[in-house]
Every structure is written in C-alpha cells, then in structure tokens.
Design a protein around this ligand. Sequence first.
Ligand code: PEP
Ligand code: MG
Length: 319
Amino acid sequence: QRKYLMGKAKQPAVTTDGKEILVSANISRPTDMEKAVEYGCHGVGLYRTEFLFMESAQLPDEEKQVAAYRSVAEQAGGNLCVIRTLDIGGDKHCDCLSLEEEDNPFLGFRAIRICLQQKDMFKVQLRSILRAGLYGKLAIMIPMVTMLSEILETKQLIEEVKEEMRKENIPFAEDVPVGIMVETPASAVMAPLFAKHVDFFSIGTNDLVQYTLAVDRGNQSVSYLYDYFNPAVIHSIHRVITAAHEAGIWAGMCGEMAGDKLALPFLLALGIDELSMSASQAPVVKEQIRNLESGICDVDKILSLTTTEEVREYLQSLL
Ligand code: PEP
Ligand code: MG
C-alpha cells in the first residue's frame, strides 16, 4: 500500500469529476522541504516561521531569514510557498523576545499583535520575505487576524519596506500575494469584508475550533468538546470559503482538519482550493481525493444537521 501510494505521490490530486485540489506541506524548517518534495507536496501551504525565532536567544537577522525563506522557495521548484509571519505567544515561547507571563496566553499578546507593536522586528521579516521572493514563488500570510486594521497596517508596512529597499537598491519581488489565516471567530464572521483586502485565505482549524468552541486546544479535560465537526465550526468553514470565492480569491486549509479523510467530501463540496498538511499525510490524502466525486456531499444537508454526531454520521455514510 505504501509503495503504491508513494509511486503516485507526485501525480496531481484530481477528483473523479476532474477537479484538481492542491495538496501542500506544512513545514517548520527549510530542512522539512526534502520530505515535502519526496511526498509529492505542491509547495508549502504553511511555513511556521516562529521556529526560526525559537531556535536561538537572539532574533534572526535579515540575512538569516532571507537564507531560510530562499531555501524553501528554491526547493519548492516554482510552486507557491506561503510564509506565515511570526506566530509567537499562545503555547509557543521564544527567548529572543522578552514577553511577560500571561494568565490567558491564547487570548493575549500573540502573533500579529506582537508584530504590529514591534514594527522594527516585523519589518525585518517582511523585507526578508520580499527579498527571498526573487528565488521562487512566495506569499505572506498573517496569523491571528481579528480586525481589518491588522490587514491594512501590515499592507502599509509592506509598502514601507518596499520603498526603503528601493532607496537602498536592494532587489526584491514586487508581487508577493498577501493572505490571512482565518483562525478566529472574528475573521470568519468578517470574511466577506476581509476577502476584499487580501489575496487568499487559509483556514487554521486548530485555532478556529479552539476559539469558536471556547475549548483550550491543549487541555485534556475538555478535549471531548474539541471537534471540528461541531456544527458551529462547519457553518464557519462554509461561510469562509463561500466569502472567499464570492470575492474571487482562493481558500485553503492548513489546520489538522485538512488531513482528515472524513472531512474531505465536505471540503470538496465547498470547492476548497488547497489543503496543507504534514508531508507524510499528503500521498494518502491525494489518493483519497482521486477516489472522490467533488459533489458527493450535500452542503445544504450538512448545514441542516444539529449535532457533531449527526455531522460525523452523515460524512461517514459518504465514504
Ligand atoms: C491552526 O491554527 O490551525 C494552524 C494551522 O496554526 P497553528 O497550529 O500553528 O496555530
Ligand atoms: Mg493557529
């Protein structure tokens, strides 16, 4: 079975009715690219750059960041690589930023909130991504967005660093798309508005489930409540993908749900454009896509279901 899957790993994932879904890799380091390529991933749907910041007691300087992003871009062989800007805080600590202990770190000073307060640090990362964009196809993705102003401020900073680099005669890629992680209830609710201001969405179900259901993603005593088949999450995902397509942008998913066989019929029916997951899952998911018809799940029906169990049962019946 494994040999069979690996033999087909590099072939595209096309449904029985001819729809291609891009299956990309979630990576933490440039060295993860070797496996991503071997397992047939179409570029990178999520590069968690915080690992570059967690590795050392000092902030990674511009040259170090350019080298890392460039390496990812080059190894992807022309396929899109989505570089998520620093997502520190929550459960991720970093010695190079002196952040205070918080009672509720998941609701605290985290990700884009830190970056917009520490603009000098953020600008170095934005410059690095734009510079590395010359060596492949890169995109910038903002984590933990809850407000339009976070998108607009980030885009403003991107314009600022471009202007600075022009003056410094530093070459960089002009056309790097900017997207957001949709991983807070606020961004799901505001998806129709946010979609007008970005080039793509990627749904981060790990956090979207946590925040939508008010369930700590790491707390075992409430893990029975943590379920992306909860109707509240199902409705949220439907809203986000629909809003993206109405605005003419693509929508992907990079949380754990993207690699779940049971979720596939639902995501295909919504017309999801890309699924991003750990590389080792990709050959299996691609083969599952090849055996599915994109319209097999009735979207109105699944939206009418009232419990997590009903959603699971319905999806199970389709497989
Ligand atoms: C997510 O929240 O779904 C996600 C992919 O990001 P992370 O797991 O890094 O928070
Ligand atoms: Mg997240």
